[in-house]
Design a protein around this ligand. Structure first.
Ligand code: PLP
Length: 386
């Protein structure tokens, strides 16, 4: 089925990029488990030459995800970090990047420990403070890197205003849209030049695949990133693309349920006598609530909170849940609980973590699609045990 230009998001999620297989009529895009393709004559082929450069299962996923982000172009990668690294590799020594300071721990590590060695400079700022973002811009700044909602403090950056600022200083604006997913937020429509994803999370949605994605409507930028990808090789396998493609079909349904459950859990935690703070953009007291409401269709499935009693109590609590699994990652149908300071964000030095507001005792939840009452009861019994 070909999807009309004005098709709704759920229709695109199921159909975009996926015509029935021309050889067999298979309704589901086959897993083209092949590295190479027979050519009719030297250089005459059906659009595929070698699977680092392109693969039909990957092409279907790229078209599907590009449609969901409202982008003209999409590129799939072996992981979110493969996607982010390939974007950074379009820059050169001497270039400067302004980045949010509570980005994904692996992003911070790649920026500070890998790309800074190659002469690319990074300045980390609280990206919700647009004055701070602007002060960090220099004539060498080529890229603004923003995560919103951010990880793990769920801070909200005004995407439209941040993109205007980047443009004013001649820099590209990139948004890591992993936490929101395109079901809740479409940064390109708000002025971003490119969107990055870890498809490992909500897009895949079932914690069974690692992958990455970049979307843009800027053809020259797309070609630069594609050139890096083909040169450096962070490409996904066809089986992994198939799994993400299966995941995106239910993205709108899953994300709606993640949002409903997270709101119920966040409300419960914020009224809990043993909870010191709750970070969830859906709560009216959250400093980014108003912006989130304006630029997102829902507030997502991620919550962070602090218990009264700090680090030691937090460690006891996260080890006492029965439904929430103690694990890294997020965005799957099952609920996960984690401790950023020792798990996802251990790569960020403690001083930097505290400076950005990430307390030692902070607990992060990826709220799944189970029954909200069971999730709340599980958290309550774990708090009682802690
Ligand atoms: C997980 C994650 C990444 C990295 O993605 P991988 O697929 O693990 O390489 C990047 N950004 C955010 C916000 C993430 O949650």
């Amino acid at each position: 089925m070909s999807t009309a230009k004005n098709a709704g998001f759920s229709t695109l999620a199921v159909h975009a990029g996926q015509a029935p297989d021309s050889a067999t009529g298979a309704v589901m895009t086959p897993i083209y488990q092949t590295s190479t393709y027979a050519q009719e004559a030297p250089g005459r082929h059906k659009g595929f030459e070698y699977s680092r450069t392109g693969n039909p299962t990957r092409a279907a996923l790229e078209a599907n995800l590009a449609a969901l982000e409202g982008a003209r172009f999409g590129l799939c990668f072996s992981s979110g970090m493969g996607a982010i690294s390939s974007v950074i590799m379009t820059l050169s020594a001497g270039d400067h990047v302004v980045s949010g300071n509570d980005v994904y721990g692996g992003t911070y590590r790649a920026f500070t420990k890998v790309f800074s060695r190659m002469g690319i400079d990074f300045t980390f700022v609280d990206a919700t403070d647009l004055g701070a973002v602007e002060r960090a811009m220099t004539p060498r700044t080529k890229l603004l890197w923003v995560e919103t909602p951010s990880n793990p403090l769920l801070r909200i950056t005004d995407i439209r205003k941040a993109c205007v600022l980047a443009k004013k200083h001649g820099a590209l604006a990139a948004v890591d849209n992993t936490f929101a997913s395109p079901a809740l937020q479409q940064p390109l429509a708000l002025g971003a030049d490119l969107v990055a994803h870890s498809t490992t999370k909500y897009l895949g949605g079932h914690s069974d695949v690692v992958g990455g994605f970049v979307a843009t409507s800027d053809q020259a930028l797309y070609e630069r990133i594609k050139f890096v990808q083909n040169s450096v090789g962070a490409v996904p396998g066809p089986m992994d693309c198939f799994l993400v493609l299966r995941g995106t079909k239910t993205l709108p349904l899953r994300v709606r349920r993640h949002c409903e459950n997270a709101m119920a859990v966040a409300r419960h935690l914020s009224a809990h006598p043993q909870v010191a703070r709750v970070y969830y953009p859906g709560l009216p007291g959250h400093p980014g609530h108003r912006i989130a409401k304006a630029q997102m269709k829902g507030f997502g499935g991620m919550i962070s909170f602090e218990l009264k009693g700090g680090l030691e109590r937090a460690k006891r609590m996260i080890s006492a849940t029965n439904i929430f699994a103690l694990a890294e990652s997020l965005g799957g149908v099952e609920s996960l609980i984690g401790h950023p300071a020792t798990m996802t964000h251990a790569a960020i030095p403690r001083g930097e973590r505290l400076k950005s507001g990430l307390a030692d005792g902070l607990i992060r939840l990826s709220v799944g699609i189970e029954d909200a009452k069971d999730l709340i009861a599980d958290l309550d019994q774990a708090v009682r045990k802690s």
